[in-house]
Design a protein around this ligand. Structure first.
Ligand code: URA
Length: 435
């Protein structure tokens, strides 16, 4: 056995007693965990101590660097265009990556969007794209580079070599009640994004019932921590705090969201999806040092079909058929408005859980998802509705799921007397940039 410079129990004790870990202690504990020298139960105790006592900016930065060092780093320096990526902390109906990546590529940048699958009530980008016949999520590093050069956008599965320490630690946090720690969430997300090798990064930090962060103060703190981590690592990073108390757009579910994204790329689609896509695209161009010009303003590139051309090229390059009909669920049922009036509330979490129960999401990472399952909305807050009018359609291949989905939606819809108005909430709440 090689001699170890620290003892796991001492490191755990230091954090348990509220002390700051030294850079050497952080490097060692993450590396020793990856090598199997620090046991799962020791890392679980340390994660709980971090959850309770936090980490300061230097510790969090060092922790992130140690997780990056546990694996490989991608290198995009040979590309002719600057790289920029977007990460969302996850929301219901959040299909923005689908139109955004080709849009930003059509504006002249390279977008390496290394993504994951959904777990729980928020959908995964790869699950959505896998509803397109033939589309392939797993690419080699050489394929990623070649597609970035030829098409400008890649959305694919993050390789297992990126930040492997995070992969293990995230699975451990998931079963030890230590996920909701700001330094651990921030270092987890940013270690993967920095290892991915992007030059600039725009973070979409969701706030509200359908998001990880339910209140604005915690979301702001998470955004600030991630922006600082990116900046310290030389990645130009900016965050938008965006509203997630009602679903984005009119669909939640894999193929349903692809259909809506294609509508946006065709110049239509719901206004909130279009507005957020354009807002994030403008931030990405600016972060990459290429702010839009008269010929590359994202709103125009989306409206005139150039982003759609890149979408088609991106899907085809990964084996997908952009013209193939998308799968649809075998069974549908309507949810009816319970009263006359104005729809003033439509809870994101409830819609996300319903879509998940219908088969759009998975409870365990090995579970399959149904491509056609999900929830389609026919009214958004502000709409005048009549009792008995369909306000949602539920889609699934397995009709025994309808009851549990309806249970999730029991309190999701709030209807107020005619003349009422839903609370005014801008989609983009705040912007957090480097100090
Ligand atoms: N997403 C991640 O990748 N890590 C976290 O800790 C939380 C969300």
């Amino acid at each position: 056995m090689p001699h170890e410079p620290f003892d796991a129990v001492d490191v755990i004790g230091a954090k348990r007693d509220g002390r700051t870990l030294t850079p050497d202690q952080v490097d060692w504990v993450v590396d020793a965990y990856t090598r199997g020298v620090v046991a799962e139960e020791q890392m679980a105790a340390l994660a709980m101590a971090v959850y309770l006592n936090g980490m300061d900016r230097h510790e969090t930065s060092r922790w992130t660097a140690a997780m990056i060092a546990s694996g490989e780093r991608m290198d995009f320096s040979s590309l002719s265009r600057p790289t920029v990526d977007k990460h969302s902390t996850g929301g219901v109906g959040d299909k923005i990556t689908l139109p955004l990546a080709p849009l930003v590529a059509a504006c002249g940048l390279a977008v390496p969007q290394l993504s994951g699958r959904g777990l729980g009530h928020t959908g995964g980008t790869l699950d959505k794209l896998e509803s397109i016949p033939g589309w392939r999520a797993a690419l080699t590093n050489d394929e990623v580079l070649a597609q970035l050069e030829s098409v400008g956008a890649v959305i694919c599965q993050a390789g297992s070599g990126l930040a492997p320490a995070d992969r293990r630690l995230y699975a451990l946090r998931d079963v030890t009640g230590t996920v909701e720690s700001i330094p651990l969430i921030a270092s987890s997300i940013m270690s993967k994004k920095i290892a991915e090798g992007t030059g600039a990064l725009v973070l979409d930090v969701k706030v509200g019932t359908g998001a990880f962060m339910k209140d604005l103060d915690r979301a702001r703190e998470l955004a600030r921590t991630m922006v600082d981590l990116g900046t310290d690592a030389g990645v130009r990073t900016v965050a938008l705090l965006t509203h997630m108390s009602t679903p984005l757009g009119l669909t939640a579910g894999n193929a349903l969201e692809v259909r809506e994204s294609v509508e946006v790329l065709a110049g239509g689609g719901p206004a909130d999806v279009v507005d957020l896509t354009v807002a994030l695209a403008r931030e990405m161009l600016q972060a990459a040092g290429r702010p839009g010009t008269a010929t590359t303003d994202p709103a125009d590139v989306l409206a005139d079909g150039r982003a759609m051309d890149t979408w088609r090229a991106m899907i085809s390059a990964q084996g997908g058929d952009p013209d193939a009909p998308l799968p649809t669920a075998r069974e549908t049922e309507h949810v009816l408005a319970p009263a006359d009036g104005v729809l003033v509330g439509l809870d994101a979490l409830a819609v996300g859980v319903a879509a998940w129960r219908l088969g759009a999401g998975r409870a365990r990472k090995e579970d399959p998802v149904q491509a056609g399952a999900g929830v389609e909305l026919h009214a958004r807050p502000g709409a005048l509705v009549r009792a008995g009018q369909p306000i949602m359609t539920l889609h699934t291949d397995t009709p025994e799921r309808f009851d549990r989905a309806r249970q999730a939606l029991a309190d999701a819809v709030v209807i107020a007397p005619e003349g009422s108005r839903p609370p005014e909430r801008p989609l983009v709440l705040e912007r957090v940039a480097a100090d």
